[in-house]
Design a protein around this ligand. Structure first.
Ligand SMILES: [Zn+2]
Ligand SMILES: [Zn+2]
Length: 230
């Protein structure tokens, strides 16, 4: 591939760790659209380095139509990039999706992005992520302090008093039923199944599972009441 301005062969290289093509003469860059997004938010180069890049490469902002170095489509589209009070243009190939940055324009785009609200927010996000990676101590400590076994059923078993109350209510209800105290059996069974549902439903992970469990508990209770009074 040749530089659209100098007609010399472009070199394969990397920019901020991202593969790009570079013109050895004018310092222009040919970048894929996806790569451009990566470079935009990359913070490998300091502000000073970027500014030096803009100075040393200054190829000017050509208004001439550019032929795509990759697919040779005739005219690439001029796309305006705001840069502070000014703006410049990059050439975008609508056919193959590459972007041609004249000398210094890539660094200029980065400077512009870093100064923008979006760029500032993205930097804060990157720093937060880096903080966690590096072992944000408090976060790690909190993580370590979390109970290891968060299985809801095990948790429910630990709350044994709830289980005991449930068993007492349900056994009591059955006993009342057996001895013919149907009204008492019915009255005691209701809180019994409610507690049963409280214990059992969290162990059914999905929403659907919980609804099925709730339906089963309700149906069981309805069946029990029907058996008592019919
Ligand atoms: Zn060139
Ligand atoms: Zn193209």
């Amino acid at each position: 591939m040749q530089c659209p301005a100098c007609r010399v062969e472009l070199n394969r290289t990397t920019y901020e760790g991202v593969p790009v093509f570079e013109c050895p003469r004018c310092g222009g860059y040919l970048v894929g659209r996806r790569q451009m997004v990566l470079i935009k938010s990359s913070r490998g180069k300091s502000r000073e380095e970027l500014e030096a890049d803009v100075e040393s490469r200054s190829g000017g902002d050509s208004t001439e139509d550019v032929r795509c170095p990759k697919c040779l489509a005739r005219d690439m589209k001029k796309q305006r990039v705001p840069a502070g009070d000014e703006s410049f243009h990059v050439d975008v190939c609508e056919k193959c999706g590459v972007v041609w940055f004249e000398g210094g324009e890539l660094a200029r785009m980065q400077l512009q992005y870093e100064a923008s609200a979006k760029g500032v927010e993205s930097l804060a996000r990157q720093q937060r992520a880096a903080g966690l990676d590096a072992g944000d101590n408090e976060f790690q400590r909190n993580l370590a302090a979390l109970p290891r076994n968060s299985n809801p059923f095990v948790q429910a078993l630990k709350e044994a008093w709830l289980l005991v109350a449930t068993v007492v209510l349900l056994v009591g209800s059955a006993a009342f039923a057996m001895f013919g105290h149907h009204v008492l059996a019915a009255v005691v069974s209701v809180p019994g199944v409610v507690l049963l549902a409280v214990l059992a439903i969290p162990t059914f992970g999905s929403n659907l599972g919980r609804w099925i469990m709730l339906a089963a508990v309700a149906a069981g209770e309805a069946g029990f009441l029907a058996w008592l009074f019919l």
